[in-house]
Design a protein around this ligand. Structure first.
Ligand code: ATP
Length: 363
């Protein structure tokens, strides 16, 4: 397995930069996901690593080898990069058996038959499909086909595995199950993996690190927990889940232990305390992100060290494990995830609170 390094990599189509000066290092054995809205440049980035698309500037390396360098003109073709690929469009071939599907990359490489048999059965064993080798591909479930596609990508021991929305053809339940299974296989084999999805929950569940992209640029790179909790800007904050984003003005700023800062902020009809990554000058405006699951409907007088609003319950939706509550406040609405059977009714006047550490300000 190898690491993957992108240095100032861009891909222009005419004047339009689909990918704009991306720097990224994927360590050996790491699972990194490119996440972002449709058209943000995820697939183009993956295709450049795959060698299916040529970068118009910058450099891409796999392990110790520079595989594409726009300045010097080096370009190693895709078939010589030793990459395993599972693309959405890379469905397994219906006219072949499972064995023939998985053997295909080895046949193309003209490996001897005995070796092909060995490698195919090992690869099928890895995805727990060893009993299926003579099955015609159409006689498999969606999840089994997915496993065969992964086995085919693994069969020639690739340096790096590239996956573009590999679970998108599956229904929601199978998607979860296959995601978990795939992550387990990836961990066991220690495969360096670059994965593309626009599904934030898939990205969070699978990845060691997530790269959030927008308009061809990287917005933030980090562990899923950090990106969810401490987004770098409003775009990233809004992209994960369904957070409340409130405009506020900063009154005071103080350093906290561990590098973060504490802000005293004032909004329309509310005020309180939140945290931020770096110092903000008094008078500046910020966006305060508060997640619905961190808000509590509370009796008066609690949680002074945080934010609080007075409001009225406008709407509730029963969701099974929780109840979504919309609270009307002076300058808008707050989405709150409350216990399903908390006894709240439309029209109730309530105070809602969030502790300081769960209210995050971005510029
Ligand atoms: P999706 O999730 O919809 O697949 P994406 O994030 O993978 O989106 P890309 O497929 O990388 O996005 O496309 C990024 C941008 O580059 C888009 O605006 C797209 O229209 C543009 N683009 C991609 N390929 C070409 C091409 N061959 N010629 C011109 N523009 C292109």
């Amino acid at each position: 397995m190898s690491n993957v390094v992108l240095e100032k990599v861009s891909r222009k189509f005419g004047e339009f930069a689909a990918v704009n000066e991306i720097d990224l290092r994927v360590a050996e054995g790491e699972f990194v996901t490119l996440l972002g809205p449709s058209g943000c440049g995820k697939t183009t980035t993956l295709r450049m690593v795959a060698g299916l698309e040529q970068n118009t500037s910058g450099r891409i390396s796999l392990g110790n080898e520079v595989v594409s360098d726009a300045a010097s003109g080096v370009f190693v073709p895709s078939e010589r990069r030793r990459l395993g690929m599972v693309f959405q469009s890379y469905a397994i071939w219906p006219h072949m058996t499972v064995f023939e599907n998985v053997a295909y990359p080895l046949r193309v490489r003209r490996r001897p038959l005995a070796e092909i048999r060995d490698l195919v059965s090992r690869s099928l064993r890895l995805v727990e499909m060893e009993g299926f080798s003579e099955r015609p591909a159409p006689a498999l479930s969606g999840g089994q086909q997915q496993r065969v596609a992964i086995a085919r990508a693994l069969v020639f021991e690739p340096k790096v595995l590239l996956l573009d929305e590999p679970l998108s053809n599956l229904d929601a339940k199978l998607r979860l199950q296959m995601g978990d299974e795939f992550r387990a296989i990836q961990r066991r084999l220690g495969m360096t993996t670059l994965y593309v999805t626009h599904d934030q929950s898939e990205a969070m569940a699978l990845s060691d690190r997530v790269v959030v992209m927008d308009w061809g640029r990287i917005q933030q790179v980090g562990a899923p927990e950090d990106i969810y909790r401490y987004p770098a800007n409003r775009t990233v904050a809004g992209f994960f889940g369904n957070p409340n984003l409130l405009d506020a003005s900063v009154e005071a700023c103080a350093r906290l232990e561990g590098g973060r800062v504490q802000l005293d902020v004032v909004g329309h009809g509310w005020q309180g305390r939140c945290e931020a990554a770096t110092e903000v000058q008094p008078g500046q405006t910020v966006t305060v992100m508060v997640r619905p699951e961190d808000i509590r409907i509370a009796p008066a007088g609690t949680d002074k060290d945080g934010l609080r609003w007075s409001g009225r319950i406008a709407h509730t939706i029963f969701r099974g494990p929780t109840r979504s509550i919309v609270v009307e406040i002076e300058d808008g609405r707050l989405n709150v995830d409350a216990p399903a059977f908390g006894g709240y009714s439309v029209g109730d006047n309530v105070t809602v609170v969030v502790p300081r550490h769960a209210a995050w300000a971005v510029g």
